[in-house]
Design a binder for this molecule. Sequence first.
Ligand code: ATP
Length: 300
Amino acid sequence: LSQLFRPLDLLGMVYRTIRQGVIDMGAMFDLIDTDAEVVDVPGAQPLAVPSGHVRFENVLFGYDPERVILKGIDLDVPAGTTLAVVGSSGAGKSTLARLLFRFYDVTGGRITIDGHDIAQVQQATLRAAIGIVPQDTVLFNDTIGYNIAYGRAEASADEVRAAARGAAIGDFIESLPDGYETRVGERGLKLSGGEKQRVAIARTLLKNPPILILDEATSALDSRTEADIQATLEKIERGRTTIVIAHRLSTVVDADRIVVLDAGEVVESGTHAELLRKGGLYAEMWMRQAQERDTALAAE
Ligand code: ATP
């Protein structure tokens, strides 16, 4: 019988997700993947985020009980600062982001925002406080205006335009014959990787959250587009607590703090200069990426 009800559960979850204003389809698919175990505790209070101080305190987590993925993570991200998380594939970087958004509950330790344990507050208010710019933005087969306003359907045309300008995609949209009414997605105008990222940035600007999670695309954009997007992201990071799952050199250099994750543990932490001086794993990654970048630039 439970098999029969599962699709209905999922539909309900999708509906609630849209109502809660979860900002991207990627996040929604992640959510669908998740068992409906993460629920509000009785009497959960709304989360108030006066400043946006994020802390991970000895966080333990595994998707399956037999396999621990995060092995006691401590992170302190003061309000308004940027933390870059780097590390090899499978180290647990995206898992940190999923836990902060509470797709899953931690199995040990706790995560707090301005001192409130995120497991004790209303999920909808937690998710309203966090904006995610995902690696790959999935567009709806609808107008570009709709795609930007997605997650805040009540946004006015002026607000959508302001967000598009903030994400540096306004001029592009206005140059199209149908402007914001242009249909995009599989059956409409195909947007480039960079343009899709800008749509995601515009959505986030409309949401205006105090906390940001940026999951950088691993796929290479050309270096000019990458630099342009980077400049836009720096603007939206201002005044917000930001956690970047970083794959690019440019982002990590400017972060207030960098942590290196390896097999579910923080093995190094500091600023770019401090970590380079240390000559450990980070310094090694940096050298390797710098070489790759030079080779790529030579090929462009
Ligand atoms: P990448 O840089 O490749 O994106 P990452 O550091 O973000 O890697 P995570 O996605 O956090 O790594 O994954 C950490 C570990 O957790 C991996 O070994 C992965 O196989 C496992 N994992 C991730 N998602 C799930 C899931 N839904 N169920 C079970 N295991 C998972």
